[in-house]
Write a protein that binds this ligand. Structure first.
Ligand SMILES: [Zn+2]
Length: 250
């Protein structure tokens, strides 16, 4: 794994110290979230403070703060005396995350469906631009871009809905669903379908009442259905049930 941090964009006006610190932490949180989403950091990966500090060019203290923040969001698990690890969701947690996404994203779609039509030009433009980017990534079979863009699509809708609290909750849930997908996907090729997103964009622009919300719920159901939540990683196997048919000792 390379440790090169992405180039830092140049800022025109210096930020106050606190804001700069917070934005550096936000940048690391985002980068780790993206690395989890595109499987560079699979569930269970050890996150050493020293390597992260080097990779992002920040102090270990700041890395520790980021890890604590990620642990609060249940993206990272902290184990005393062993350190920080990318969280490994259980099948139950994975189901809970998708259930929570359906609740939050239904509320987001409700708000979007109530917006006056036609939608504002800048919103239409962003939706169409995003659709075009997903199409291009799909045509190029650029899996990393497809994963990143599919998460961004859901966050874009949250942003349009204009409720920052819902958007914040969804950001956490998207990171946690990335972990669930990484831990339980049946085929390595699957993520959100660009086709579903295309239909969602058309439904939002076309304003057929209720259609966009229905499509979103079906879309999330479909992503959850792609996961194998029945057979993997459940270590609480009932040994007596498994060996129930063993012959009695003679
Ligand atoms: Zn999606």
């Amino acid at each position: 794994m390379t440790t090169a941090a992405p180039a830092k964009p140049a800022r025109r006006t210096p930020l106050p110290r606190n804001a700069a610190r917070n934005s550096a932490e936000a940048r690391i949180v985002r980068s780790i979230g993206e690395a989890i989403a595109d499987r560079r950091l699979p569930p269970g990966t050890k996150l050493t403070e020293e390597s992260l500090a080097e990779a992002f060019g920040v102090s270990r203290e700041r890395v520790r703060k980021v890890l604590l923040l990620l642990a609060q969001r249940r993206v990272v698990t902290l184990i005393p005396n062993r350190g920080a690890f990318v969280a490994k969701p259980t099948p139950k947690e994975a189901r809970e995350v998708f259930e929570a996404r359906r609740v939050i994203e239904r509320a987001i779609m409700d708000r979007l469906e109530r917006l006056p039509r036609p939608l504002p030009d800048d919103m239409l433009e962003k939706l169409r631009d995003h659709g075009a980017l997903e199409d291009a990534a799909e045509r190029a079979a650029d899996r990393k871009a497809m994963i990143r863009l599919s998460g961004q699509f859901h966050l874009l809708l949250a942003e349009f809905a204009g409720n920052a609290t819902l958007a914040g909750i969804l950001t956490d849930l998207i990171d946690r669903s990335s972990l669930a997908i990484a831990a339980f996907e049946r085929r390595s090729s699957h993520t959100c379908s660009a086709d579903d997103h295309r239909r969602l964009i058309a439904a939002l622009i076309g304003n057929r009442p209720g259609e966009a919300t229905t499509l979103m719920i079906e879309h999330l159901d479909e992503v959850e259905r792609q996961l194998d939540l029945e057979t993997k990683t459940d270590t609480r196997i009932d040994l007596k049930a498994i060996f129930a048919d063993e012959p009695e000792p003679a």
